[in-house]
Ligand binder design. Sequence first.
Ligand code: 3PG
Length: 210
Amino acid sequence: MTGTDLAAALAGARVMPVLTVPSTATAAPLADALAAGGARCAEVTFRTPDAEQVLKAMAAHGGLAVGAGTVLAPEQAERAVAAGARFVVSPGFDEEVIEKCRELGVPVVPGIANATELMRAQKAGITTVKLFPAESLGGLRALRALAAPFPGVRFVPTGGIGADQLAGYLADPAVLAVGGSWMATTDHLRRGDYDEIRRLTAAAVEVCTP
Ligand code: 3PG
């Protein structure tokens, strides 16, 4: 997948479930529930010991474009791609992670939280960024203010966003897609509540459908 492919995939999906999966056993039913709800992509965060195995299992599912999230270091990007990640997401902007992703031929969406980081990202040739943590930074108002001087950049706001804020973000032309964990929380996964994951995913996908 190239950066252009990823931007097109995100523009098509418009919502990206962000997953912190406690055990590999939950990967297959989770992928089933997300796909049944109409999700097209998902980000598996590197925040659990099983993240690599989860990524592998979810990538093998085939129904979703699965990427790795919370990638903080180049060696994590390497492990993520080896496990089948089709894209890499980072909470912040790190040149070494960007460099490694380019070397690996995998698109990367770095996190930015202010104009300085956005300028660094732009200098590195990045045009799709994650605004993180979006709600704590001021939500849509912050996004609009930040987007104004950077007309060539598209945003994937993530962090503290729930079903109620989704439509508002999606209506902004600077927003490519919205990320969030509300569709499949660690609590849902611990309870094995895949019906609820499917329901929340379907509700989000409906909001994204023009
Ligand atoms: C992330 O890693 O992108 C965020 O932790 C997801 O944010 P949320 O859990 O507030 O949706």
